[in-house]
Design a protein around this ligand. Structure first.
Ligand code: HEM
Length: 202
């Protein structure tokens, strides 16, 4: 008998093509290649801030996190990290509307998988920022991408524990969690894939 893989493995495998797409979206790709300009970095942070505010507000509306081993979901919120970086730049933390937000607990978990997992690649991107913007105020704006520091890996491990508990205790949520993660990746790609004039490419 072939054992069904756990939710974490399924999410990773099923969303791999979406991850490849989001890695090559305008802002992340330019940050990774070192081609991001200072105004583009400000716009990138403002976009991330809007997404985090919308999705984190949704996460906060669900009380079930603690039943699955995450007693304080607010500890994972990173909108404030983007705000710290924007305040270094003297830029306002715009809250623009985002195309998609999770509206069920299952979609909240799927979107949390995407933003929590993004802290892993964020550590790589965070190292790029002081290199690209050496001598400029932007060089100090690493709170969003590298703000978790050494706690990034243990926090990710704890989140994977939640996914294991879903397998054990709420298997009914699994299909919607997977669809929520796919929706989250697609909408993040849409937000981050802008051209130089700032319009979203479809
Ligand atoms: C150029 C940009 C990016 C790079 C270089 C990058 C790189 C990485 C790396 C190295 C990992 C760890 C893979 C592993 O340990 O197996 C990872 C995981 C992940 N990243 Fe990214 N990433 C980028 C952008 C993003 C974005 C924008 C998102 C979503 C908003 C994202 C979501 C995820 C998720 C959900 C995981 C966890 C996958 C899993 O192990 O289940 N990444 N990324």
């Amino acid at each position: 008998m072939v054992l069904e893989k756990g939710l974490r493995e399924r999410l990773k495998r099923l969303t791999r093509p979406f991850h490849r797409e989001v890695e090559t979206a305008f802002y992340p790709a330019r940050l990774l290649s070192g081609a991001l300009t200072a105004p583009q970095y400000r716009d990138y942070l403002q976009t991330l801030h809007s997404v985090h505010v919308a999705w984190e507000n949704s996460w906060a509306s669900f009380s079930e996190w603690s039943l699955l081993g995450i007693p304080r979901i607010e500890q994972r919120f990173r909108a404030s990290h983007a705000r710290e970086d924007l305040s270094i730049l003297g830029a306002s933390p715009l809250v623009t509307s985002v195309a998609w937000s999770p509206s069920t607990f299952a979609h909240a978990i799927g979107s949390a998988y995407v933003l929590e997992g993004s802290t892993l690649g964020g550590a790589i991107l965070g190292k790029k920022i002081p290199q690209i913007f050496e001598g400029k105020p932007e060089a100090a704006c690493v709170n969003y991408f590298a703000g978790r520091g050494e706690s990034a890996v243990p926090l990710w491990a704890e989140f994977c524990g939640l996914l294991d508990r879903v397998d054990q205790e709420r298997p009914d949520l699994v299909p919607s969690i997977i669809s929520g993660a796919c929706m989250a990746f697609l909408s993040m790609e849409k937000e981050l894939d802008v051209d130089k004039t700032g319009s979203i490419s479809m």
